[in-house]
Design a protein around this ligand. Structure first.
Ligand code: ZN
Ligand code: ZN
Length: 54
């Protein structure tokens, strides 16, 4: 199971995110993640693209 630490807007903090079973054939490249704490789903299109700090 792949878990990554991401910012959850619903929790208002960093939470562990896991990937749901992908039905679109994305496999491990699936951009869909959900918060393990609250279940909020997010789509990380470019997870390696870090936005510059404002
Ligand atoms: Zn959350
Ligand atoms: Zn997918």
């Amino acid at each position: 199971m792949t878990v990554t630490l991401q910012w959850c807007v619903a929790c208002g903090g960093e939470r562990d995110f896991d990937q749901p079973l992908c039905g679109d054939g994305h496999g491990s490249e699936c951009p869909e993640w959900f918060c393990l704490a609250c279940g909020n789903a997010v789509v990380l299109a470019c997870s390696d693209e870090v936005p510059a700090a404002a």
